[in-house]
Design a protein around this ligand. Structure first.
Ligand code: NAP
Length: 252
């Protein structure tokens, strides 16, 4: 059975590992190409956009794909919308691994905003030391608030153009543990964190550390992300795919 996994996440890597060891599947992992040195994967990998819905439709047909699993990041809404549209038009089953968001704890001080521009406004006029943990694509929004000092953690170095003037880049890839996150926030005398609600364990330690240090978090809300059949885990994705293998009890 030929499978396309839309990846770029921990769940996609876990699913790639499961599918690589399973002779029922011939799977390809697709990455957006946001990092120049992605983790080695046990599956055949393709990198870069398909060219919108039409491009994805062609790719699914050319590669004779039998099923797609969308395991993209919770904020990668465009890719998911394209997958829903392309799978509907080609009649290819689509399963979507949906990572639950972090829930606000009673001791958390979160302000939820719709996007990076609203996060900038929420910082206010008084100069602050701000920890930006939201990837590199949205950093330019903070250039409109040059009064703050920023520490931005990204996997890949951002383009220098249009960054805020007082910014330091910390290049690192999760997972991050509690003690090192608490130390970072204290050593850097951070006043406020700006984060996405990525969910999962890999980057949750900063949220726990913020709670303990009584630091506010400006949380950028998740975008609406279209989905196919909702799958709770990589293992659930394998079971769902198995049901679609020709010859299996529920297969087609
Ligand atoms: P997006 O806005 O959903 O996707 C933009 C375009 O990138 C898509 O239309 C598609 O191009 C291409 N693309 C995205 N994921 C792809 C995949 N797995 N394989 C092939 N092409 C893919 O997503 P984004 O721009 O990558 O990221 C949006 C937000 O998610 C950012 O804030 C980022 O920080 C966060 N995020 C993304 C990833 C990731 O791996 N993508 C990982 C962690 C966090 P075509 O239309 O040409 O097909």
């Amino acid at each position: 059975m030929r499978v396309l996994v839309l990846g770029g996440t921990t769940e996609a890597s876990a699913l790639a590992k499961l599918l690589a060891g399973d002779a029922r599947f011939n799977a390809t992992l697709s990455l957006a190409g946001r990092t120049s040195n992605p983790k080695a994967q046990p599956l055949g990998t393709r990198v870069g956009g398909f060219g919108g819905v039409e491009g994805l439709i062609h790719w699914l047909r050319d590669e004779k794909i039998d099923a797609v699993v969308d395991a993209t990041h919770p904020y990668a809404a465009r890719m998911s919308a394209n997958a829903v549209a392309a799978c509907a038009q080609t009649d290819v089953p689509l399963g979507s691994i949906v990572r639950p968001p972090w829930q606000r704890h009673e001791d958390d001080s979160w302000r939820i905003v719709p996007n990076a521009e609203a996060a900038v406004a929420a910082l206010g006029k008084t100069p602050l030391r701000v920890f930006l943990s939201l990837g590199r694509q949205d950093l330019h929004a903070f250039a409109s608030a040059p009064q703050h000092r920023y520490l931005a953690r990204t996997i890949e170095a951002p383009e220098q153009a249009a960054l805020p003037p007082n910014i330091r880049i910390l290049q690192a890839r999760g997972p991050f543990d509690h003690d090192s996150e608490a130390k970072l926030l204290s050593d850097e005398e951070i006043d406020v964190i700006v984060s996405k609600n990525s969910g999962g364990n890999a980057t949750y330690a900063k949220i726990e550390a913020a709670r303990e240090l009584d630091l506010p978090v400006i949380m950028i809300a998740r975008p609406d992300k279209p989905a196919g059949h909702i799958l709770g885990s990589p293992e659930a994705a394998v079971a769902w795919l198995h049901d679609r293998v020709p010859g299996s009890p529920r297969g087609v």
